[in-house]
Design a protein around this ligand. Structure first.
Ligand code: MN
Length: 187
């Protein structure tokens, strides 16, 4: 879960994922970043990551995000990742943590829609934010439903102009938002 745990797991230097040297604060006029990586590991999932306080706070979503407000998507909290991991696409070799293919399925910036700091929202177990990505846009809520080792949250699309009960980007828009490649096109 913690950043030091992330680095400990990648101490060998054999993983192509960046190890991350330290927490970094990005400078830029746009908001903090979000990234969603499609990760074909032993269990296929989407890694949903929000830049909070210099790291990518992360959840693994087995079914991926939805743009339909009627859907609730289970999101298991995973370890924080360094910011540079948000650009990673490639193949994590067998034997490494998370072995399998990774693409950047969507990316962009987000706005916190609460009056509290994101770190406070994380502690309290409720986040509300607007995404400005290439596939996902508009309001989303993430709510913690189980604490402890198996910390579990639910991701839901807000009812707004960007909600769409017909679109299914996880199924119909599989290509990387970064490179246009699909998982099976990685070498
Ligand atoms: Mn993953």
């Amino acid at each position: 879960m913690s950043f030091s745990e992330y680095r400990r797991r990648r101490r060998s230097g054999r993983s192509p994922e960046p190890r991350g040297q330290q927490r970094r604060r990005r400078r830029g006029k746009s908001g903090p970043q979000f990234v969603i990586q499609h990760h074909a590991a032993r269990n296929d999932h989407y890694d949903f990551r929000l830049e909070i306080d210099g790291v990518l706070v992360s959840w693994a979503i087995p079914k991926g995000p939805s743009v339909n407000p009627q859907d609730r998507r289970m999101a298991r909290r995973t370890e924080d990742h360094p910011l540079e991991c948000g650009k990673f696409e490639g193949v994590i070799p067998d034997g490494e943590d998370g072995a399998g293919r990774v693409i950047v399925w969507d990316h962009g910036t987000y706005d916190n829609r609460t009056e509290h700091e994101m770190t406070t929202c994380l502690e309290r177990g409720h986040l509300s934010f607007r995404l400005d990505g290439e596939k996902l846009r508009g309001g989303y809520a993430l709510t913690r439903i189980r604490e402890g080792d198996d910390e579990t949250w639910l991701l839901m699309k807000r009812r707004d102009d960007d909600a769409d009960t017909q679109r299914n980007p996880v199924r119909n828009e599989p290509a990387s938002a970064l490179s246009g490649r699909r998982l099976d096109e990685l070498s």
